[in-house]
Design a protein around this ligand. Structure first.
Ligand code: NAP
Length: 306
């Protein structure tokens, strides 16, 4: 029987682990398919308080994990497959094994969205990716493109100018959704060429099945054009990782967990923190704040039961 199980090792899960560890609750922390969460796919984080020079995303995550381990958090690789909310205890199935826990902190984050074009699965890893940090360095001195117009797309486009000969930024509108500072940076970068009012309609492959280009459609005129690129970086937002909780925990229309009084879910003893529930702020610092709140709530819940 566990006292606290934390699902996820992004900013929310790791902050919850630090707080629950420090409260002597010895939390079990489940590391899923993407340990470290979305910060591991980012480069410089410039807005996390306490780092005036910026901090590398993976480095920040490693430091948080070390801090949690210092206070007794236990880490286990495993994916939560099923959730069975209980009265006194909750049951979770992790890689085929059932575990029981008194409290559960769901901090499973969100996964990248894809445009949903024909043959997409085959192209992923062959010139179609959602992670510039992971794959950007493979595309030196060749043209690439980024799909999207938010902060993620701008960040990816800026980062890719380190390697690529040109970075086309394909956006379905004529203004960026990104914050002003990010948008200004992109628009001032001579290596980034925005292509406005365009949507992707088809991936093009070379003889080896690797991306050689993309067909775009002008949203206003319907005209189609072929763009020769060696890699397509997708940055069009995220879907919350809530599949095992559907029908058991309340979710909104987009699948995000619903929070009451900051981090409580509809099931007593189960808390939700970070991007799995937050579709508004979605920041490292707000996820960390919710992780902290979830651990404190879990601690209070356990104390009240005792
Ligand atoms: P986002 O803000 O939701 O932007 C998604 C972009 O993709 C939008 O421009 C959207 O177009 C476009 N899009 C969505 N579906 C599409 C489709 N099927 N085809 C083509 N384009 C599509 O997502 P995000 O950029 O990942 O940012 C998420 C949150 O994280 C935001 O709150 C952001 O501020 C934050 N963030 C912050 C930083 C930072 O501060 N360093 C970095 C990354 C992310 P429309 O504009 O037309 O809807």
């Amino acid at each position: 029987m566990e006292k606290v199980v934390i699902v996820g090792t992004g900013c929310a899960g790791l902050t919850a682990a630090i707080y629950a560890g420090r409260a002597s609750l010895s939390p079990l922390v489940l590391q899923g398919l993407q340990p470290g969460g979305q910060l591991t796919t980012t480069t410089a984080v410039e807005n996390f308080p306490g780092f005036p020079e910026g901090v590398d995303g993976p480095d920040l995550i490693m430091r948080m994990q070390a801090q949690a381990e210092k206070f007794g958090a236990r880490f286990q690789f495993g994916t939560l497959e099923e959730f069975d909310p209980g009265g006194p205890h909750h049951r979770i199935k992790v890689d085929g094994q059932w575990l029981e826990t008194e409290t559960l902190i769901v901090a499973s984050g969100a996964a990248a969205k894809w445009p949903g074009l024909a043959g997409e699965k085959q192209f992923i890893g062959h010139g179609l990716t959602s992670c510039a940090t992971c794959d950007g360095a493979f595309y030196r001195d060749v043209p690439v493109c980024v799909i999207g117009g938010g902060d993620s797309a701008c960040e990816e486009a800026n980062f890719l100018t380190r390697f690529a000969s040109v970075v086309y930024l394909i956006h379905r509108r004529d203004t960026l959704r990104a914050s002003k500072i990010m948008a200004d940076r992109v628009l001032a970068n001579p290596k980034i060429k925005p292509l406005w009012n365009r949507k992707p309609v088809e991936y093009l492959a070379d003889e080896e099945g690797h991306v050689r280009g993309i067909i775009l459609e002008d949203i206003q005129t319907g005209a189609r054009e072929e763009l020769a690129v060696k890699c397509i970086f997708v940055a069009i937002g995220h879907t919350p990782n809530t599949a095992p909780f559907r029908g058991k925990l309340d979710t909104d229309d987009n699948g995000y967990l619903v929070q009451h009084d900051t981090v409580r879910t509809n099931v007593p003893g189960v808390f939700a923190a970070g991007d799995v529930a937050d579709h508004v702020y979605r920041q490292a610092i707000t996820a960390a704040g919710e992780g902290c709140a979830a651990a404190i709530q879990a601690e209070r819940y356990l104390a009240a039961r005792e």
